[in-house]
Design a binder for this molecule. Structure first.
Ligand SMILES: [Zn+2]
Length: 113
């Protein structure tokens, strides 16, 4: 993070207005000090990678789309949040499977005993 790139991260854009304000700032910097690196996937997340030529910070941008609020964050922070979300999803999935197994066991118990 430096004066040539950005001093604020967005963990989701609160509104289209907020995204438009960000885009104006972004567009003034994209041609000068911040450069497109690549489009990539990390786990299930699709984003665009930008790099600051001054401080070498890698930024990940995900555009908001309908209900998706998007984000603009340093790569390390974005990775941590995506991993946390994936972990939460996995815990939720295993909790659902466990509940299903217990419920099935309970029903079988009631039927046969
Ligand atoms: Zn920078």
């Amino acid at each position: 993070m430096c004066d040539k790139c950005f001093n604020k991260e967005f963990l989701g854009f609160g509104s289209n207005k907020e995204f438009e304000i960000f885009l104006k700032d972004f567009e003034t910097k994209i041609a000068k000090s911040v450069h497109f690196v690549k489009q990539e996937y990390y786990k299930t997340d699709n984003h665009t990678v930008y790099s600051c030529e001054n401080c070498k910070t890698l930024w990940w941008l995900s555009d908001p789309d309908n209900h998706w609020r998007g984000y603009f964050m340093k790569a390390d922070n974005a990775k941590k949040i995506i991993e946390k979300d994936a972990q939460r999803l996995a815990v939720f999935k295993y909790a659902c499977i466990l509940i299903l197994i217990v419920a099935t066991g309970f029903i079988l118990f009631k039927i046969f005993i």
